[in-house]
Ligand binder design. Structure first.
Ligand SMILES: Nc1nc2c(ncn2[C@@H]2O[C@H](COP(=O)(O)OP(=O)(O)O)[C@@H](O)[C@H]2O)c(=O)[nH]1
Ligand SMILES: [Mg+2]
Length: 262
């Protein structure tokens, strides 16, 4: 007969083995969405805070990066409800697998493939892409240009040169325990802002001081204010090029950027 302690251990093992709550397939989530709901693509290196951004806005089970779970290898589609001064607004966020350095060609191509396939579902269901956010973890690798170049190629000139793209720096709290870290590190924040403005003058630059919902809302507010005219997805280069190139990701501008061909 097992002792109480052994029973507790058996129960604990059982709980640990319990599979996480199944989320609907991305396409099933998208089928529930009306065409008015802004859909936003989240892109950046692994560990840049994409999944945490979603997690701070929802009770759903969101996989965030840690040692046992190094990276999400699939796009995940989430519907989130955000409250703006008493009015709630629904957004769809597409969490994507992390881009890697330029030497991880195969991984980066896989990431592009997953993004193209998910956006193709969005297009099939006649939904529109309201925008894309590029994430940069300021406490991590300061050189973000390779992932940013891949992202820029993915968007294509027309989409990229619009206000539909935002640049978001994250995890300011991890470099300082002081309150109001942005004001302390404001110099660096402004420097990034200047660099981005030189490259892509239309993009707003936001900062997440800490992993909270308020900083996510500020960013999403930008997209909810945009008047979405026309079919923005047809201007998103990765999807258009992928479709016209018989679904060969290597033939897209972003694929060629990953392969070092441009
Ligand atoms: N201190 C701090 N940690 C954060 C913040 N945002 C994310 N993290 C942590 O950074 C790690 C990577 O975040 P994750 O969202 O999984 O990155 P992803 O790979 O881009 O999806 C996780 O361990 C998070 O808990 C933040 O604003 N502050
Ligand atoms: Mg993630």
């Amino acid at each position: 007969m097992a002792s109480l302690r052994e029973w507790v251990e058996i129960l604990w093992e059982f709980l640990k083995l319990k599979p996480p709550v199944q989320r609907p397939f991305n396409r099933d989530t998208l089928k529930t969405v009306s065409s008015e709901v802004p859909i936003i693509l989240l892109v950046g290196r692994t560990g840049s805070g994409k999944s945490s951004f979603v997690k701070s806005l929802t009770d759903q089970n969101v996989l965030v990066f840690h040692e046992e779970n190094p990276c999400t290898m699939n796009c995940e589609v989430y519907t989130v409800k955000v409250d703006f001064d008493g009015t709630s607004k629904v957004f769809v966020l597409i969490d994507t697998p992390g881009l890697q350095g330029l030497d991880s060609k195969e991984t980066n191509l896989k990431v592009l493939e997953k993004i193209a396939a998910t956006l193709n579902d969005v297009r099939d269901l006649e939904l529109k892409l309201a925008g894309a956010i590029f994430f940069h973890n300021i406490a991590g690798n300061k050189r973000f240009t390779s992932a940013l170049d891949i992202f820029a190629a993915m968007c294509g000139k027309e989409f990229r040169d619009s206000k539909q793209v935002a640049f978001l720096t994250t995890q300011w709290d991890s470099i300082s325990s002081e309150k109001s870290v942005i004001s302390k590190y404001g110099g660096y924040h402004e420097e990034i802002g200047r660099r981005i403005k030189n490259l892509y003058p239309e993009w707003p630059v936001f900062a997440r001081e800490r992993d909270d919902a308020a900083s996510c809302k500020k960013v999403l507010e930008h997209f909810s204010d945009l008047t979405r005219s026309g079919d923005s997805l047809s201007r998103f280069a990765l999807l258009e090029e992928w479709r016209s190139g018989k679904e060969d990701i290597r033939e897209t501008s972003a694929g060629r950027k990953v392969l070092g061909l441009v």
